[in-house]
Every structure is written in C-alpha cells, then in structure tokens.
Design a protein around this ligand. Structure first.
Ligand code: ADP
Length: 389
C-alpha cells in the first residue's frame, strides 16, 4: 500500500472541511487540520465547546439545525461528523442539492439506530450477539421466553453507557421499559466477555482501507477508562478483526474513519459490539503513538488524500481517560502538570468549562518500550492515583 508523504500540506489549494459537532473529537481534528493546511469550520451550539477555540471558524447552532448546515456547506468543500446524532432526514435535501458529506448519508443510514445497525451487520455476515427489538410496530415477542441476564439498549442517542442497561430478570425488564415510556428498544444477549477490544479503520475516496492496531479497552460502569495498545491477542484474532473492519468499510463504501468495538468471548470468539461512524475514544492513542493519528486520517480521507500509515512508532502505549469526579470549574492545572511530567507522557486537555462526574475532560497517553502487563498496570496506577487521588 502506498502512503502519502506524511504530514505534508495539501499541495494545490487549501481545503475547507466542515464538521457537524464541536466537542473534543472535532477539537483534536481542528488541531491536526492546521498542520495539514486545512481550514476547519465547526457547527456547534456553544462558544465554550472544545473545538471552537481551535477551529478556523464556528457556526453556533444546534447540530441538528439543517439551515445552519446549509450555511456550513457554503463555507466548505466537504462536511464530516464527530458524532452519530445525525438528522439524516434533514440533511438529505442538502445531499440532493450536491453538498458533499463524507461519510455519505447512505453509508451512515444503517448505523445510527442500534437495532438497524445490528440488522445491517447481520446482513453482511459479521459476528455479533443475538438481538431482538422490543416495542417496534408490527413485531410481537413473547417476553416469557426471554433468557436473562440480557442487555437493553435504547436505539438512538446513547453514549458512554447512557441508554445501555444490564437486566437481570423479568421484573427489572418491565420496570426499565416502563421508565423508558415503552419506546422501541433493543434487547441483546449478555456477553460474558473475557476482554473488550476495539479497532480504528479508515477508507479513502479511492477505496483503500487501513486498519490500526487492535487495542484492549477497559470499561467501568460502561464508560471507557483505559486503552491498552496493542491488545495481547493471537495473530488469528487480529486477522479476524482486520477482516471484520475491512468488510464493513468496503460494504458501506465509507469515506472516513470508523471505530469498531468488539467483545472477545471466553471461548476466543470475536463479536462486534458497536460501530461508531467517526473517530473514537479507543483511537486517541494514535495521536502520540502512530505515524498518522485517527484525526489526520479522517481529514486525509474526506479531502481525498491518500491515507497515511497507521503504524505505531513505539512498542506499546497506554491511554487513560481523565474523567470528571466532582462538579467543578477547576482546570486542574497542577494535576495536569504532574501527569505531563511522567516519562513519555502526553496530556490532552479538552478545555471544558464544567467538570462533572464521569465527563470526559481529557486523556493521557504514555508511550512505552514494552507491551508487558506489569508496565501497563504500573502506568495505569500512577496516572489514576495522580488524577483521582
Ligand atoms: P454506548 O453506545 O453507550 O457506548 P455500548 O453498547 O458500547 O454503549 O455499551 C457500553 C458497555 O456496556 C460496553 O463497553 C460493555 O462493557 C457493556 N455491554 C454492552 N453490550 C453488552 C452485551 N451485549 N453484553 C455484555 N456487556 C455489554
């Protein structure tokens, strides 16, 4: 595979990329855009949103405001996304008028609703947990035949475990569904996984696919706490995951970056948990550990440049999310300095004005010469004790 001369600015003219969303993912993309000679314009509601201070320009509007996206389109050559809360119906007329979206609306359409996403993955033959929908019109299921435990997922607007509930028995299902006002939800098999894995993959305009190293992710209360790179798994499992990623991106003819979360079961089976049609928390390590970060890769893909190399330039890395643990407006300067002083450490701070428990405020990536478990564990303990105290 041919990789473009890395980090070289775009030769002919400056491109303008619009991003619907202005959170930390757009912010990290904006920082990289500058070095590529790309101007990034974000559509986001608030001036305090993380990407605003870094982007070339901002349109302050809700992310589902299609009139604002029409304006964004007049300022940009191409529009991309930083989250999956996309109003496809509202954007379709713009696409019909010739506005260029990458990934295309057609590639996004099967993915935005968790149940439809599972149906699509089933159609293309990818392995995943058993699932059914509950409450959708025209479908009736016998609740008495369900096996517990199972996992209830709201079909849209879920993130960081919000909208994902572990259900132990029938009475808990009844009360959880009642609290959700009997909206259509998805029920899926509870997977007793041995580990959770994830992978970032990108596809270019010309159909090349690159797949980054497979990582291990560690969730607590369904929120990602840490990412260990690379995952300690067999080459067969790596090949299986690379094939899953390639099949998915090629089937959808994606242009851009996707994050794919997976379960590795105790019997060594790989199952897809969820596909995010965008850059992903499990790929933040690529900023400091890889030749091309996931953010640069997304920009390269959507402006039509050849993809960069996903290769790591170190043997191992650990990424730890800095999650809020209190309600505060503190910018935690001293703690961040201590984290930055650790050897081979890179601190990324998202500049959010409000901290609250569980909110992603930043992350730290520590690069290592080792992919040994005791080194990784030592890094995690040091970072988390400096951060959480
Ligand atoms: P979100 O979209 O909010 O991130 P996910 O579907 O990725 O929600 O679920 C969050 C976490 O919940 C996963 O990382 C995993 O730890 C757990 N989880 C989700 N689905 C299952 C399942 N079917 N079996 C077991 N655990 C699950």
């Amino acid at each position: 595979m041919h990789y473009e001369n890395l980090h070289s600015p775009i030769p002919d003219k400056n491109k303008r990329v619009g991003v619907i969303g202005g959170g930390q993912l757009a912010g990290m993309m904006a920082a990289v855009a500058k070095s590529l000679g790309i101007e990034l314009v974000v559509q986001t509601p608030y001036a305090s949103d993380p990407a605003v201070a870094i982007a070339s320009q901002s349109i302050f509007a809700s992310i589902d405001d299609a009139a604002a996206t029409a304006k964004l389109a007049t300022l940009c050559d191409v529009i991309t996304f930083e989250n999956e809360f996309i109003n496809l119906e509202a954007l379709t007329p713009l696409a019909e008028q010739g506005v260029c979206f990458h990934p295309s609306l057609a590639a996004l359409a099967p993915l935005l609703d968790k149940y439809q996403q599972r149906c699509y993955l089933q159609e293309i033959g990818l392995p995943q947990p058993d699932f059914i929908s509950l409450g959708a019109s025209g479908q009736s299921i016998n609740l008495n035949e369900l096996e517990f435990p199972l996992v209830l997922k709201v079909r849209r607007q879920g993130y960081d475990g919000k909208g994902t509930l572990m259900i132990q028995d029938r009475p808990s299902l009844d009360s959880a569904w009642q609290q959700l006002e009997y909206q259509p939800v998805m029920l899926e098999e509870f997977v007793g996984f041995e580990r959770e894995l994830a992978v970032i993959a990108a596809r270019s305009l010309t159909g090349d696919v690159v797949v980054y190293p497979v990582v291990e992710t560690q969730q607590e209360e369904q929120v990602c706490r840490r990412v260990i790179v690379p995952a300690d798994i067999s080459s067969t499992t790596i090949a299986e995951i690379e094939a899953i990623a390639t099949t998915l991106l090629q089937s959808l003819q994606v242009v851009g970056v996707f994050g794919i979360e997976l379960f590795l079961t105790t019997s060594g089976k790989v199952l897809v948990n969820e596909v995010s049609p965008r850059t992903h928390n499990s790929g933040h390590y690529t900023l400091d550990a890889c030749e091309t970060s996931q953010f640069e890769q997304q920009l390269r893909a959507v402006v039509g440049l050849p993809l960069g190399s996903p290769t790591m330039h170190c043997t191992g890395a650990v990424m730890v999310n800095l999650l809020g643990y209190e309600h505060s407006q503190d910018n935690y300067w001293e703690k961040r300095q201590k984290l930055a002083n650790l050897p081979h450490s890179f601190v990324h701070w998202y500049g959010k004005s409000q901290s609250r428990p569980g909110r992603k405020l930043g992350h730290v990536t520590v690069l290592g010469k080792s992919s040994q478990r005791n080194w990784q564990q030592g890094v995690i303990e040091t970072v988390e004790s400096l951060w959480y105290g």
